[in-house]
Design a protein around this ligand. Structure first.
Ligand code: C2O
Length: 470
């Protein structure tokens, strides 16, 4: 399956000329943009009449008209991510969540999807836009996706969001994950916040794995997740893809190209978006070039030691805020020394997290929040969010989908900053607080309706230590 490489080279050259003609030379302020002809634009900079939007609408329409057995049809493409239809056809239900393929698999998926849309859009330089909800001006579902007359509209989304409601800042806090250095910590954190939260807040098709990719907004959400991978790497400081991990590099996934040919890809094929896949993101820093080398460097190994476990019964999350105190009297000295050690970090771990159905709610998580204080996601005690997508939903549609085995969800939060703050006082309790939080309507927080309680089987505080492998 080497054939797509030569075709890509053709597109690279042909596309470059087309893009320059379309956007004019002023947008190309770096030589890198010229090397990668396709620029994925920020949806916030596009209007409903822009050819990218018109082209997307045309493509959705055309792809929906293709027979369902065609690998390029709208339903087939969505089924590659997940589907409730069985028996499964080639490449169906192959999306990767809750593991270290999350970023790479979705990058491959978007790449082939984008080529198909490009073909059916009628726009030669068509590139997938990204939804940059980090900007306060882009917290609503983009207007052209809320127009009931458009192919980009989906009626069963959360009515508040389709009505112009906004994602709260705490649900799209990318700073938490971008700050983390180990690949799996960063990827896991960003998968949870903003990724899961955006799925849950939009709801409807987007709210569960086997239907999510039927909503056209899915792909803009994931273009942003993909952009965050680049941004995370560009921060340096030891951030790297798992290049010592043969499984991560060589596992092959199957997709379909714009001519309905089966294609396969591995992690090594998607390390350098501009160079290997011909795209950049509007406004992103210079992409870091990572390579799959033959020489294997000894990997960094992260070891984990549980310091303390919540001894009480499982914690239940419902419509009210919940708080549990971890006893840290004996641990104080140890925690202080962790704070001074650069190779160690503290993790709050929530395991065996389950709900009967999609709760439809995001919980904000705080560590050390004083008993009567108002939760403030801008403050030092905010450590992240809990929302379920993929794992942890017992009787959700994901459970019945072919090829998806049920497993409870797990969350890990890096809590060094919050714990440091608590150690400044002399409280012997480390209070873990979880607060349900809804979308904003007219800028005001709403009380979310909890469709199903969440049960957390295990709460623990762990020490994660970086060791040089053999
Ligand atoms: Cu594979 Cu956002 O889901």
């Amino acid at each position: 399956m080497k054939r797509h490489f030569s075709r890509r080279r053709f597109l690279t050259t042909a596309g470059a000329a087309a893009s320059v003609a379309m956007f004019g030379p002023s947008l190309f302020n770096s030589s890198m943009a010229l090397a990668a002809p396709f620029m994925r634009r920020d949806i916030g900079n596009l209007t409903a009449t822009n050819s990218i939007i018109v082209g997307y609408r045309n493509a959705v329409k055309a792809m929906k008209l293709l027979p369902a057995t065609d690998g390029r049809s709208w339903s087939y493409q969505a089924a590659i991510h997940g589907t409730l239809t069985s028996p499964a056809k080639t490449a169906w239900n192959t999306c990767q969540h809750g593991n270290y393929f999350f970023w790479s698999w979705h990058r491959m998926y978007l790449y082939w999807f984008e080529r198909i849309v490009r073909k059916y859009s009628g726009v030669y330089s068509w590139s997938l836009p990204y939804w940059n909800y980090s900007l306060a001006t882009e917290r609503q579902i983009p207007a052209m996706f809320r127009d009931p007359a458009s192919e980009l509209f989906v009626a069963n989304r959360n009515a508040g969001m389709n009505g112009g409601g906004s994602l709260p800042a705490a649900h799209v806090d990318v700073a938490l994950g971008l700050a983390l250095v180990p690949f799996t910590n960063a990827s896991g954190s960003l998968e949870s916040n903003p990724h899961n939260n955006v799925h849950v807040d939009i709801g409807g098709l987007m709210g569960s794995v086997p239907t999510a990719a039927q909503d056209p907004i899915f792909y803009l959400h994931h273009a942003n997740m993909d952009r965050l991978w680049n941004i995370w790497l560009a921060q340096g400081g030891g951030r790297t893809d798992p290049l010592s991990d043969a499984t991560w590099k060589n596992t092959q996934y199957t997709f379909f190209d714009e001519n309905n040919n089966q294609v396969k890809m591995t992690g090594c094929d998607v390390l350098r978006a501009a160079q290997q896949l011909s795209y950049t993101y509007e406004g992103e820093p210079t992409q870091v070039k990572q390579y799959c080398l033959r020489i294997i460097f000894p990997p960094w190994i992260w070891q984990e030691i549980i310091l303390i476990r919540w001894p009480g019964p499982p914690v239940e999350l419902g419509p009210e805020r919940v708080s549990i105190p971890l006893e840290i009297k004996e641990l104080r000295q140890r925690l202080i020394s962790v704070g001074e050690n650069k190779t160690q970090t503290l993790q709050l771990k929530l395991d065996e997290v389950e709900a009967d159905q999609q709760p439809g709610v995001v919980w904000e998580v705080y560590v050390g929040l004083p008993a009567n204080a108002e939760p403030d996601s801008e403050g030092p005690y905010f450590v992240g969010t809990i929302s379920l997508f993929s794992d942890g939903i017992r009787r959700g549609p994901e459970h019945t989908a072919a090829g998806h085995k049920y497993k409870p969800a797990s969350f890990a939060f890096t809590v060094d900053r919050a714990v440091r703050q608590v150690l400044k006082g002399n409280d012997d309790k480390l209070r873990i607080t979880m607060v349900p939080s809804g979308i904003l309507i007219n800028g005001k927080p709403t009380r979310p309706r909890v469709a199903s309680k969440v049960r957390i089987g295990q709460v623990s505080l762990a020490l994660q230590e970086q060791k040089k492998g053999r």
